[in-house]
Design a protein around this ligand. Structure first.
Ligand code: N01
Length: 544
């Protein structure tokens, strides 16, 4: 329906739609599917020209998931899943994007997605109980439900280096890679950043470039992913138990079933048994390593044992003794920054055309016309790759001008750190939902499991409201305050707050230092979600 909407710009035609979803990654796609099933009219706005979210933007060389393919897939439809066959233990970006397109086509999702359109504002109108959503393409939509599926790692960030625009060569960010790819052959390349994106891309760029200089500010813990092709039998077998496995995943702390957390404390294990446990899990590859014993993420002493083990393994992977110690992380406990999984990362520094610049000695002074200046030396480059990360968890959300009751700005409300109830909603912002928002397990879990958990909960809630003729749902201040305190308290019982990580907002100058994800586990969190829904949305206020 096209009509002049309340609050619309003078000459704008507004459409009225039951629900608007922002973002067409895994979260937005599944949300669209669930709301359509409820018979709602839905419009998805997506900045990219295709579905995929994270996997649409992060096309850098070597991009690969760090959760195993057989676990990193939807679990809501046996039929959808049976039609898809993964080829590798850890899927590479192109395959994940193909999978997302396969699902979108199978469910005919694209017809409700407006691509290449960025939402600029969402404002709540108390008089009619509707959200007015505007886009950079001039859309103006009135909607009852506004659902942010904007992703946790979608606001790519290039640090504000002096002279950035002076650089005359090519410039890339891993989180906004050109779709046509980049040919680095015969070129001198500089990569800034050694988080997951840097660690995955560096070996692949090194294989192509004439020379590679890596600028490292913090050495990271990394372990071999152990990627390999999946056999036909493995893929077929996985289909037999797919839905059951996905349900089972929700009952685990990390939403992953390929390993279990050992709850025995380090001091309760004989030293040999502990080393054996670490060895087995290291060889398994992936996050199993962090589940080697119960207090690995809880005390310095226990963590130190795993950190020492990891450093010894990493040390043994590099022959070039000039760089070995520089590549080892000594300044943070293992696991408190996202553990990196790599394929031949450390070995790359044995290649004669690869150099490491340790920014702990001298930080980057500026970018020059010809390259990167650091410690008074200019490192010339034909291309600079910024693997410098994201304004995580809140960046994409707060890039939208979101205003709730009385015109209150979400940006202002969250100025000292995000405030949500369950990571799903914020007091003063009725019918506004966040999928995997701050205060939920999100990035500490298998994202697809957490996404499905939230989408299912939101769909149930929307059903309750529409069937019950209830106009709105909104977190109460009390429930929100208690939840924020609870999330902080749980985090303070872990080692997580001890690192300068993006979980803490520490990578963004001026961003409040607050540990944003919920550390209590997907399983415990899921029980809370169920209990809240069963108690007719306790902690939320339902408005007639
Ligand atoms: O970003 P990051 P990312 N000068 O923030 C450095 C997920 N992911 O894109 O550590 C110099 O981790 C910064 O240094 P420091 C995954 O959850 C998953 O790599 O802040 N250096 C760091 O080395 C991951 O954790 C997958 O001291 C600067 C790097 O840039 C998350 O995305 C793959 C700097 C940024 O690392 C983000 O990963 C890729 C400066 N001014 C990503 N500013 C998989 O599934 C920043 N840095 C495998």
């Amino acid at each position: 329906m096209a009509a002049q909407g309340e609050g619309a710009p003078a000459n704008a035609q507004s459409e009225q739609i039951d629900a608007v979803i922002v973002g067409a990654g895994f979260a937005g796609m599944y949300m669209l599917h669930r709301l359509r099933e409820l018979g709602l009219s839905v419009r998805v706005f997506e900045a990219g020209d295709g579905v995929g979210g994270t996997w649409y933007w992060n096309r850098y060389p070597g991009a690969r998931c760090d959760v195993e393919s057989l676990e990193y897939q939807y679990g809501f439809s046996d039929e959808v899943q049976r039609g898809w066959n993964w080829s590798e233990r850890y899927a590479a970006q192109p395959e994940i994007l193909q999978y997302q397109n396969y699902v979108a086509d199978k469910l005919d999702l694209k017809r409700d997605i407006r691509f290449e359109t960025r939402v600029t504002s969402a404002k709540y109108n108390e008089r009619n109980g509707l959200w007015a959503v505007e886009t950079d393409k001039g859309d103006f939509v009135s909607t009852r439900f506004c659902i942010m599926a904007t992703g946790c790692l979608s606001a790519a960030r290039v640090p504000d280096f002096d002279g950035l625009d002076d650089f005359e060569g090519e410039r890339y960010h891993t989180g906004g890679w050109p779709h046509e790819g980049v040919d680095f052959s015969g070129k001198r390349v500089a990569v800034i950043g050694t988080g997951s994106s840097g660690i995955q891309s560096i070996p692949v760029i090194a294989a192509e470039a004439e020379h590679l200089t890596v600028f490292q500010r913090t050495a990271n813990f990394t372990l071999p992913a152990g990627n390999r092709p999946l056999t036909r039998e493995e893929v077929e077998r996985s289909k037999e138990t797919l839905l059951e496995d996905r349900r089972h995943a929700r009952e685990t702390p990390g939403g992953i079933i390929c390993f279990e957390y050992n709850e025995t404390l380090a001091e309760e294990m004989a030293p040999d048994a502990l080393q054996k446990e670490l060895e087995t899990r290291w060889d398994q590859g992936g996050f199993a390593f962090l589940g080697a014993y119960g207090d690995l993420m809880a005390t310095q002493e226990a963590n130190h044992l795993a950190a020492e083990f990891a450093r010894a393994k990493m040390r043994a992977s590099v022959k070039n003794k000039d760089v070995t110690e520089k590549l080892l992380p000594f300044d943070h406990p293992v696991g408190v920054k996202r553990l990196c999984l790599d394929t031949d990362y450390l070995e790359t520094f044995d290649k004669p055309h690869v150099d490491l610049v340790d920014l702990r000695e001298n930080s980057i002074e500026r970018i020059s016309k010809k390259g990167v200046v650091c410690g008074g030396k200019e490192y010339e480059a034909d291309a600079i790759v910024f693997a410098t990360g994201f304004d995580a968890m809140t960046g994409a959300l707060l890039s939208i001008d979101i205003r709730g009751r009385d015109g209150a700005e979400l940006r202002e409300k969250w100025a000292a750190g995000p405030r949500t109830y369950l990571g799903l909603g914020s007091a003063g912002f009725p019918n506004l939902f966040f999928i995997t928002g701050p205060g939920s397990p999100s990035v500490l879990s298998n994202m697809i499991v957490s996404i499905e958990q939230h989408v299912d909960w939101i769909a149930g809630c929307v059903k309750r409201l529409t069937e019950g003729n209830i106009r709105s749902i909104e977190a109460t201040r009390e429930a929100e305050d208690e939840w924020v305190a609870h999330v902080n308290e749980l985090a303070s019982e872990t080692l997580y707050p001890q690192a300068n990580s993006w979980y803490m907002g520490a990578n963004i100058p001026g961003k409040p230092r607050v540990f944003m994800p919920y550390t209590g586990g997907v399983n415990v969190y899921g029980e809370k979600l169920d209990a809240v829904a069963a108690a007719d949305y306790e902690g939320f206020q339902l408005g007639a």
